[in-house]
Design a protein around this ligand. Structure first.
Ligand SMILES: Cc1cc2nc3c(=O)[nH]c(=O)nc-3n(C[C@H](O)[C@H](O)[C@H](O)COP(=O)(O)O)c2cc1C
Length: 437
């Protein structure tokens, strides 16, 4: 084995279940493993495994000679089924370790190691402190490389590994779910989620809230308030009429462009704040569309190209006023934003593009792992509400799949990482309509 050694340590959250009559077992959330009787030495074995990394030889020295085979089987089982971390070293220097995920499925562990494996197309490598970490949303464990020279060995794992590679590496990569059979199907045929989507999907589950003070409900103002008429009421349409008549309309009536009164009515009826309240000292709100935790992290920026009584440029909607703040005048960036919207619609430039941003800190404070997936769901809820109100108002609404988000950040000065644009929605007057234009 050219000086390679392997040590094992129980993962956190494993405990010994004592029994006066039957055999003892190791337990963790969701499972248990029966312990062989090591002549009353079970405690010593479990204490050694639970106290940090120990070698199989060290563990074997704790039990009688005729119990060592059973002990080796136990160590292998704990490793295969994700109950132990493993550290592989050479000459006392750690090379890599295997760190099981707590809730990993146990399928496929112990499957035969292929002679030639390949790194999963879902795996990625990143730095973590002084180590490199190989992870995949499909994996049962991650590999922590303490020795960066091993990167070459993980990209083309073979069994048996090359003379200088750690002897267990291919088996560890395969059993962790980080590598698969070199000629096996790897899902690259477009019928599965792509790697970045699968990462997002796997990491979009509920995370623990942070304990810091929540970012405020109200965003800081960005510009001077624009004097506006009081928003008109939405015509009293039946819900089913609005639902049945809703459609995407890409053509605007540029002879009668949208008015400021119609724009502010649409925004305040669809996405304006109805009520503010506090729970456990956290300021929350109610708007016509729902929001996880009532946190309401979305902001709406009308980028105006042509309106009857609003100068072209970028505005921010104040959902509390309700009102509009003038953020930026027309110019090259504003034209790029509107041109990208026109391209997405396959139509002339929209009179107004509503760009929706998300204040990431506001939502990530309570839902750190879930934040981005919640944001996208909120955008969908807000867009459907905008569609229905715009339909009832006789306006021309159309959701867009994307836009020139760099030009938008340039235009408004918003930080694309802290407050990214996450949704675009074109709006304008509708030919032949009698309300809102
Ligand atoms: C999230 C989302 C993204 C969309 N992106 C675009 C787009 O980029 N360009 C476009 O012309 N329409 C876009 N649409 C509108 C759809 O094409 C439209 O909803 C679909 O054709 C069905 O027509 P309807 O809305 O009239 O029922 C989008 C709709 C949604 C919900």
């Amino acid at each position: 084995m050219s000086g390679w050694t392997r040590e094992f340590a129980l993962i956190h959250g494993v405990f010994l279940v004592a029994s006066e009559t039957g055999p003892r077992s190791l337990a963790r959330a969701g499972g248990a493993i029966e312990l062989p009787a090591f002549g009353g030495r079970e405690d010593a074995v479990v204490r050694a495994l639970g106290g940090g990394f120990v070698s199989e030889a060290h563990l074997c020295a704790l039990v009688a000679a005729d119990e060592r085979t059973a002990l080796r089987h136990l160590v292998t089982k704990l490793h295969r089924e994700g109950w132990s971390r493993v550290r592989v070293s050479r000459g006392g220097a750690p090379a890599y370790s295997v760190e099981p995920y707590p809730a990993a499925a146990d399928d496929n562990r112990g499957a035969p190691v292929p002679r030639s494996a390949q790194l999963s197309r879902h795996a990625h490598l990143r730095r973590d402190g002084d180590d490199l970490v190989v992870e995949s949303p499909r994996a049962r464990a991650r590999l922590r490389l303490h020795d960066p020279a091993l990167v070459a060995a993980i990209t083309r794992p073979v069994d048996p590994p090359g003379r200088d590679a750690p002897p267990w590496m291919t088996a560890d990569l395969v059993s962790a779910g980080l590598a698969d059979h070199a000629d096996g199907a790897d899902g690259a045929d477009g019928a599965e989620l792509s790697p970045h989507e699968e990462w997002f999907h796997a990491r979009s589950h509920l995370g623990a809230p942070t304990t810091t003070t929540p970012p405020p409900l109200r965003r800081a103002p960005m510009g001077r308030p624009v004097p506006l008429p009081v928003p008109a009421p939405v015509p009293e349409w039946g819900l089913s009429t609005a639902l049945n008549q809703r459609r995407s309309v890409r053509e605007h009536d540029d002879d009668h462009p949208i008015t400021a009164a119609a724009l502010i009515a649409l925004l305040s009826h669809a996405v304006g704040v109805r009520e503010e309240f506090a729970v456990d000292g956290v300021d929350l709100a109610r708007r016509p569309y729902p929001s996880g935790g009532a946190l309401h992290e979305l902001e709406f920026f009308p980028v105006v190209g042509r309106a009857a009584d609003l100068a072209p440029g970028a505005y921010r909607f104040d959902p509390f006023g309700p009102g509009l703040e003038a953020v930026a005048p027309e110019g090259a960036a504003q034209r790029r934003v509107l041109r990208a919207a026109a391209t997405a619609m396959g139509a002339p430039r929209p009179q107004v593009l509503l760009v929706c941003t998300a204040r990431v800190d506001r939502i990530a404070w309570r839902y750190p792992d879930l934040a981005y997936s919640l944001v996208l769901r909120h955008v969908g809820a807000a867009q459907q509400t905008l569609y229905l109100v715009a339909t009832a108002m006789g306006l021309a609404p159309c959701a867009l799949g994307g836009g020139d988000r760099r030009a938008f950040a340039e235009l408004t000065g918003t930080d694309p990482l802290r407050e990214p644009a996450v949704g675009e929605f074109a709006i304008g007057s509708r030919k032949g309509a009698t309300w809102g234009c």
